[in-house]
Write a protein that binds this ligand. Sequence first.
Ligand code: FAD
Ligand code: SAM
Length: 660
Amino acid sequence: MSDPNSKPETPNADLEWDERGQPISAQFGDVYFSKDDGLAETRHVFIANNQLPERFAALGARQQFVIGETGFGTGLNFLCAWQLFEQLAPAGARLHFISVEKYPLTRSDLERALQLWPELAVFSAQLLAQYRAIHPGFQRLTFANGRIVLTLLVGDVLEQLPQLDAQVDAWFLDGFAPAKNPQMWVPELYSQLARLSAPGTTLGTFTSVGYVRRGLIDVGFAMERTPGFGRKREVLKGVFNACSLNTEKPWFARPQTPAGKRHALVIGAGMAGCATASSLAQRGWQVTILERHAAIAQEASGNPQGVLYLKLSAHHTTLSRLIVSGFGYTRRLIQQLTKGEEWDDCGVLQLAFDEKEAKRQAQLAEAFPPDLLHVLDQSQAQMLAGVPLNGGGLFYPDAGWVHPPALCQLLSEQPNIRLQLHQEVLELRRQDGQWQAWDQEQLLASADVAVLANAAQIRQFSQSAELPLKRIRGQITRVPVTDSSQALKTVLCAEGYVAPPRNGEHTLGASFDFHSDEVSLKPAEHVSNLDLLRDISGELAQRMQADQLDPNTLQGRAAFRCTSPDYLPIVGPLADAEHFAKTYAALSKNARKVPNNACPWLEGLYINSGHGSRGLITAPLSGELIAAWLDNEPMPVPADVAHACHPNRFALRALMRKQN
Ligand SMILES: Cc1cc2nc3c(=O)[nH]c(=O)nc-3n(C[C@H](O)[C@H](O)[C@H](O)COP(=O)(O)OP(=O)(O)OC[C@H]3O[C@@H](n4cnc5c(N)ncnc54)[C@H](O)[C@@H]3O)c2cc1C
Ligand SMILES: C[S@@+](CC[C@H](N)C(=O)[O-])C[C@H]1O[C@@H](n2cnc3c(N)ncnc32)[C@H](O)[C@@H]1O
């Protein structure tokens, strides 16, 4: 029996359902939408009062429109906005919908609530299909091949909005009634709305409470009372007519995107390159990928099974938040692949192999919701894993494995992506506002924008030679499944990992060699992978007949991880290293005094690299991050996470170090 006084099992919405099947929040004692006609209320308060029909119809073919919302709830407002956008916005226009939600509905509650709106069924079915791994922080979902982008900020609005980097065109100020939810309707919220608005940004809200109206006026909205909906006499709408202060540090400011034909070169067809190409192609860019091999995913992204392995911190560091966001994004993406053959959400069990690890896991279980991770004791762990284990561990139920080449294939197979194989780029030249990719004396391709996604080889280009990327060799071992090893039902990890079978083989991983540059298989590394397996489960090693396997004939793969000194990927626009040092030289005398000089960007040059041992989790979302930098879109991750991944961070640190 669970203790009624203990904290709720999950931080999900706690719902009651009224006699008409409408949800009511038990946490707030309020309704999610008008009891009379929720759909008509949304269309009046949020859609009409923000003039969305006129504004959607007036969008240009490549324009985007950004809606911000407080309180995603059942997603009714989102679905209505999507439906209207589909009806009125021109092909090529895109809708960004950003919504904050402290208590996301569970998938089954969402399904039940959305059944109330049969006319939205075509949209709700797509939302439900993507509504997975909705864990704390920024969670991006994409629909209609990228035409509609939903960024859910899971957490309290007063914690989440300050992390957002976006410019909103229209606000849906929802959230329960001020009397039922006074913690949300506070000046800190209104300041954030103002920070994220520009002159002309509009706002609609269902409340007409005086202190809300005055609070919004105080931060720069011109507010107006308008007739309400149903039994409500009045509601509020407003327009922002102040200027928000730009406090951005110039080295993290958004560079101008070259006004050209929206043609981009992407160098490298691994996970980072394919993801970048996909995110740009969805935004109408023509993309040319240049890859030196005969096919995509031939290097680090070519293993038979990669694990969705989340190494988190209970302190919610930038890396940890990136991982939770990236995991959700990849997890939703791989749903499109063939389950069993190309991916499996069989869960990942990180074994508590010593006391220190058990302690770390207990802290993580305190810091994250149980639907993301929870501790299992030995018998629960064995039951889930299907094989005997020496102890328990931390279980990630949404995680599992994926066949990385299939994910690269999915991402790179789009009409406006052209793949040029057998093309090794040796030099990048800037000519007439274009980036040219050269192989000795042969021009391979040129475009307005180039994105370097060729792992550690980005250092071979003079423009990015300074970036501190290291190669770390790793080898995996492929072991044939046996009658008894196929009982393994979940990925098991300790220092190494073993996955349930795919195509009659288990993948064991992986060795780390910081010194070798060789790509050939090494029997000694098969031996070390088998030792890692024995540490995970001696019984499983026996079932896989590890002692009889000959390391000289075992199959496997070796490749290189590409890692930065702070283990964060390097994603974003690139500046000229020499000019950067000169432009911000003053920082080496006083790091607190931010010079107001514009950053010397290498116009149109971007990087997506340094994904280390977790590229499956970080590289796909980094494609969205590159697109956000390029197209001046809402960031898919918190601003401090985007800055922590920024290529300029190393040059900045070098300047600040000089100070001492
Ligand atoms: C043994 C091993 C096990 C791993 N296990 C996992 C795991 O379980 N889970 C996980 O999340 N991650 C894992 N990783 C890490 C993950 O594989 C990487 O982070 C990810 O694949 C990196 O993708 P990428 O596109 O940056 O690099 P790559 O896949 O290496 O792609 C770079 C591409 O650039 C091309 N290229 C390079 N130079 C040029 C040039 N000059 N011109 C044209 N093309 C060029 C290369 O040919 C290559 O195709 C593992 C890595 C290794 C090595
Ligand atoms: C009236 S409902 C929103 C209805 C929703 N827009 C829809 O279309 O279904 C209000 C929502 O705000 C959320 N909420 C309330 N206070 C919040 C806070 N401080 N931070 C984030 N979300 C909050 C609630 O959990 C709830 O889902």
